[in-house]
Write a new protein. Sequence first.
Length: 184
Amino acid sequence: MPSLAHYLKKLARENRGAEIAEAAAVVPLMFTMLLGIFWFGQAFSIYGAITRAAQDGARAGALPYCATCNQTNTTSVYAANAAAAVQNDLLTAKLNPSLAQYPTPPPSLLSCIDGTAVSCISGASANICVQAPIQLRTTAQGGASLCGISVSMRYPYRFWLPFTSINKQTIWIGASSHMRMENR
């Protein structure tokens, strides 16, 4: 009758089914990595879309409202133009503009007119922070102060990555853009 040591040595030399055991250990890790790549790619795509929307909003708000008429441009007109451009870009990217929110905390920017703090302009949009006129510093002009506009927001993104600590958690992706205001 063979001893227990004989059966253990025979079991140690046996390699049938090793591939199945290795695959059972590796496939869930590979699947989780592929899901992670997909979901982080989606988050990066949203980041690119809202950053582009903030840039286009700042560009639209920085342009003169009417270059040929004698209207005075108020900050509410700049803010309305910026908010409309952001909303259009978000819709084009198939993102829901109503999910965008003010950044927390809002950017602390100074007015280029009197140096006081500029708050988000109310009435432009309930969820996009537009601040104008703000101070912009340029080193090309010896640190001279220029007037500009700022557009900032944040957008929610919910991961679905099972078996991880970030499964079904919402992260806020932020975007901000500053643009020099154009003269007539």
